[in-house]
Design a protein around this ligand. Structure first.
Ligand SMILES: N[C@@H](CCC(=O)N[C@@H](CS)C(=O)NCC(=O)O)C(=O)O
Length: 198
């Protein structure tokens, strides 16, 4: 893939997922940061890239694509040919990968955003219903798919990074260790810094 440009707004927006995977894949890319304060993403040329005025988006020589999940799946399909970050399609792990991938982009992401937006009892309870079973799962495995890091640890790791800025994970030690493990990866460095992870 040649001449990939990643469009983004602020260091912890969802472009972090894309940047993280691109770095894991060792792909060279350019970045185009837009000025959120003047609404650069909601006007002018960017609306030709994403008419909804949302980031992230990527532009390559022959493709324009938005939605962080779609971009990740596309990058995996085209660049992760050795399946270092996603299982082969003919294995039992593939549907489980999809389950976690979409859980991180929908169910869990909305619980985290709701909690970060309004740290009320209802939002906290909704979040903790996920953290308790997750802690149980991660007590016996290092990553969401098992022993091996994969792109679902990026979709969900992004959510955890955002959450960790507002929520003390100490009551969920296996989750806390997982977050620490994935955010310590060199490819996650700029995102970890943006969310204040030590
Ligand atoms: N489901 C989309 C969500 C995109 C989204 O809401 N992006 C935010 C930044 S993380 C955005 O563009 N906000 C600016 C705005 O809505 O004006 C994805 O995963 O890419």
């Amino acid at each position: 893939m040649t001449n990939l440009t990643l469009y983004w707004l602020i260091p912890k927006d969802r472009s972090s997922r894309v940047r993280w995977l691109l770095r894991e894949l060792n792909v060279e890319f350019s970045e185009q940061q837009m000025n959120a304060s003047i609404g650069e993403h909601r006007s002018g040329d960017y609306l030709n890239i994403n008419p909804f005025g949302k980031v992230p988006a990527i532009v390559t020589d022959n493709l324009t694509l938005s939605e962080s999940g779609a971009i990740l799946l596309y990058l995996l399909e085209t660049l992760d040919t050795e399946h270092r970050f996603s299982p082969r399609r003919d294995t039992e792990l593939w549907p489980i990968f999809l389950q976690w991938f979409l859980w991180g982009l929908t169910t869990f992401e909305s619980a985290v955003f709701a909690f970060n937006g309004n740290q009320g009892d209802k939002e906290r309870a909704n979040l903790e219903r996920f953290l308790a079973p997750l802690d149980h799962i991660l007590a016996s495995q290092d990553y969401l798919l098992g022993d091996t890091f994969s792109a679902v640890d990026i979709t969900c790791g992004y959510d955890f990074g955002l959450l960790s800025a507002n929520y003390d994970l100490a009551s969920y030690p296996a989750v806390q260790a997982f977050v620490s493990r994935v955010l310590a990866r060199p490819a996650a460095k700029s995102f970890a810094k943006a969310v204040g992870w030590p």
